[in-house]
Design a protein around this ligand. Structure first.
Ligand SMILES: OC[C@@H]1[C@@H](O)[C@H](O)[C@@H](O)c2nc(CNc3ccccc3)cn21
Length: 606
């Protein structure tokens, strides 16, 4: 009679216990090991009983690889895993943090910063469901999303991965988890992981906890806060995530009051696992154990001891899998780490794998291939772009509002700026490449300029595009133009590369604003991951729109600029005057923003 753990009719816990008791220490440690796909050969997977693989480093099956190529890559890994003695399937994970951004022609949604301004949890849930389908189209069942950071300082390079500075708004947007994983039934046991089926994925709430509260927004640095402040500001999104059955939680690189989160047993085990009853698995970040020491990897046995005893269940190693196995084996054999800790980790990992249905469905459902880049997902992303835009100024004092712009004009429309016709810049980081790209060849989508041309095309209005018109051009031609759209902003970045203490609009943006707005009525569209310094230009600008990082659907910006839809977005981040004021968040005693939390002008659709 077949082993109980292979029988899907058996209760989940019976399957877990039956499998656990059959496992050797090497097989248990293998399940706790996540390696990068670059070293995930069939030999390594079978010899080390690897439990999980991620796409981290930068490799893709091939440039512009279609879903089938991703499916094949994941299948190669999976067939090695299921061929091991106990046939435990592996779990492939990827950063699908604003859509399946690493995959060519996937729908790229606005980054979380933009979704926060929509203040629309139902929309977030629909986006989660669409992303899950696009991820499953590539045969992948596990994503490192959503980021639940409560970004308290926009100087942080990852602030665009945060829905808001306000904990309650971030909590509302955790509804995206119910999109990714499916809606948890009311009867479910608190804290148990939930995944509805093969069209859903295991989500990962990250980075636990306080990643968005570091000093001056320095990435991976120290969050100074009382326990009360930590619970009040950074913890609430995790309550909501656990209640929705989030399957995994990733630990933050940052420290709380000088203690590395990756070594924080009180917060990971006592609080998250015991008090909040979280029963999925806790995963480290990339080299997260190594970075417990400084310099990183200075004492790996110590790192492994502290990380595993803190309560980390799966380690994103991602390359030193031999060293990890050897060090952990020794720590268990010499009694430093009790087998009960190892068994807790493996139980949690197996619970998620059984809940994911991986034992019954280890391979992709190839009928989902058509979900990647599906038109209705693009339409959903376009709706999200429309709702994410925030109108900060609409006409100078005494002037008529400039927005919505007329599609039919006597003269021409001038479109200028480095971000008007650049798909890579409007997508931002974590798109095709970790740090993102510039240009229009990275994937499929519409730029903001494309959107403007399509909007006014039927009216026959002439659109002139000049990326960086000089003062002479404007002086000679200003009579030709009824108005100008200037699209400038930040260049793609991710993580520490995005840490920025001055938050000025990168050159040549300010110059283009001054040249164009000095001679023509202008609307400035800012493409950025966060509020930037705009006070020096605000008087010269007729209208100001914050578009954040809209993703592949640049059309959504034109939809609202031209009045097909009204502006509805409200700031979910305080817009500071100067960086000297930072950190400055809604509710602070000293609060003197240029535009306050909740601000956003509205227009009616034409
Ligand atoms: O990409 C895996 C994780 C990601 O989920 C975490 O949010 C983030 O903190 C994180 N940082 C790295 C390290 N940087 C890196 C990113 C992509 C490729 C190679 C290294 C990996 N990861």
């Amino acid at each position: 009679q077949g082993a109980k753990y292979k029988d899907p009719r058996q209760p989940l816990n019976a399957r877990v216990e039956d499998l656990l008791r059959r496992m050797t220490l090497a097989e248990k440690i293998g399940q706790m090991s996540q390696i990068d796909q670059e070293n995930a050969t069939a030999g390594v997977i079978s010899n080390y009983f690897i439990g999980s693989v991620l796409r981290g480093g930068g490799s893709v099956p091939a440039a512009d690889a279609p879903p089938e190529a991703w499916v094949e890559m994941v299948e190669t890994i999976q067939s090695a895993a299921v061929s091991t003695r106990l046939g435990i399937p592996a779990m492939f994970g990827i950063d699908a943090i604003h859509g399946h951004g690493y995959v060519y022609k996937a729908t790229v949604f606005p980054h979380n910063v933009g979704l926060g301004y929509t203040r629309d949890p139902e929309l977030a849930k629909k986006i989660g469901a669409a992303v899950a389908l696009e991820v499953r189209a590539t045969g992948i069942p596990f994503i490192f999303a959503p980021c639940l950071a409560v970004c308290r300082d926009p100087r942080w390079g990852r602030c665009y991965e945060s829905f808001s500075e306000d904990s309650k708004l971030v909590q509302q947007m955790t509804s995206i988890i119910s999109g990714f994983q499916g809606e948890i039934p009311a009867s479910s046991r608190l804290g148990a992981p939930f995944i509805a089926g093969q069209r859903n994925v295991a989500a990962c709430a990250k980075h636990y906890v306080g990643d968005g509260g570091t000093t001056r927004g320095i990435n991976e640095n120290n969050t100074v806060a009382t326990f009360h402040q930590l619970l009040g500001i950074h913890m609430p999104p995790y309550y909501s995530a656990v209640i929705q059955g989030v399957s995994t939680i990733m630990v933050s690189y940052s420290s709380w009051n000088g203690v590395k989160m990756h070594a924080n047993r009180f917060l990971v085990t006592d609080f998250l696992k015991n008090k909040l009853r979280f029963r999925g698995f806790v995963i480290s970040d990339w080299l997260g154990l190594d970075r417990i020491t400084s310099p990183e990897h200075a004492d790996y046995p110590l790192s492994v001891k502290l990380g595993i005893l803190a309560g980390i269940d799966m380690v994103m190693i991602p390359y030193q899998y031999k060293e990890f196995r050897d060090d952990l084996t020794l720590l268990v054999q010499n009694g430093t780490i009790p087998m009960s800790r190892i068994d807790d980790a493996v139980r949690r990992i197996l619970r998620v794998k059984f809940t994911l249905g991986l034992f019954e469905n280890p391979y992709a459902d190839t009928s989902l291939a058509g979900e990647l880049g599906k038109q209705e997902h693009h339409d959903l992303a376009r709706e999200a772009v429309r709702k994410s835009l925030v109108l900060l100024k609409n006409g100078k004092p005494g002037d008529e509002p400039l927005l919505p712009l007329p599609k039919k004009t006597h003269g021409s429309i001038l479109v200028a700026g480095s971000h008007a016709d650049d798909l890579g810049r409007q997508c931002g980081g974590w798109t095709i490449k970790w740090q993102g790209l510039t240009g229009n060849n990275l994937t499929a989508g519409t730029t903001i300029l494309d959107g403007i041309k399509r909007a006014v095309g039927p009216a026959g209005t002439d659109v002139v595009y000049s990326e960086s018109p000089d003062a002479g051009f404007i002086q000679r031609n200003k009579a030709r133009f009824d108005y100008a759209v200037v699209v400038v902003g930040e260049h793609p970045y991710a993580e520490t590369a995005g840490d920025n203490l001055n938050l000025t609009i990168p050159a040549p943006g300010p110059g283009v604003i001054r040249n164009v707005c000095g001679g023509i009525r202008c609307v400035v569209v800012l493409v950025s991951g966060r509020p930037l310094v705009v006070e020096p230009y605000i008087d010269a600008i007729d209208a100001l729109v914050a578009a954040w990082l809209p993703g592949t659907e640049g059309q959504g910006v034109a939809d609202v600029l031209f009045g097909d839809y009204g502006f509805t977005g409200k700031l979910s981040r305080t817009w500071f005057r100067t960086v000297e004021q930072l950190p400055m968040n809604v509710g602070d005693a000293h609060y003197d923003p240029l535009f306050p939390f909740g601000f956003g002008l509205e227009t009616q659709p034409l």
